[in-house]
Design a protein around this ligand. Sequence first.
Ligand code: APR
Length: 183
Amino acid sequence: MYVQRNGLTLELVEGDITLQDTDAIVNAANSRLAGGGGVDGAIHRRGGPAIMAETDEKYPEGCPTGSAVISGAGRLAAKYVIHAVGPVWSGGSHREPELLACAVERCLELALDSGCRSIAFPAISTGIYGYPRGDAARIVLQVALDFQDRFQGPALIRFVLFDHSAYSDFAEALRELVPQTEG
Ligand code: APR
């Protein structure tokens, strides 16, 4: 499923973030950049130790919640991994929506600054961090659409959903935001 405007594409696919050949892929990291399970575990396993070695050296203080940092991608097909730190869901009144939106926007800024024409996101914060998926989907899709409208890039923003139920939640949110969604 996708939306195309002004030659730019926002796309939803079901799949594995580690297998994407976009210029950048986004990791759902923690603020210590210490690795973990879920997306984080999968990226470091498949990408190899070079990714952690680089983040340890460049970002010894880690990365605050609501922001992101960039590294190389080791053995992955992508050129860069952008490590985003989404909020832990604590009921919704602890700035979770704002922090999630800021993390996604920072990823897009880093991608553009690094010359990336394409970027793939997992559903940040919706796994171990417990963010309700439909709510998260509406936020991150709106940020991505607004960003493309403002900066005419990256040319492709892809959301990679790990199972059909996640895909359905994102598809419903995208249809709400852009009724003329195709596919
Ligand atoms: N590809 C795409 N999506 C995936 C993959 C994968 N290989 N593996 C898991 N997912 C999905 C999960 O199903 C979930 O919907 O990504 C979403 C995000 O889940 P998490 O990886 O748990 O990320 P998050 O909720 O942001 O929690 C971050 O988890 O692994 C630790 O170190 C990480 O502490 C941090 C926390």
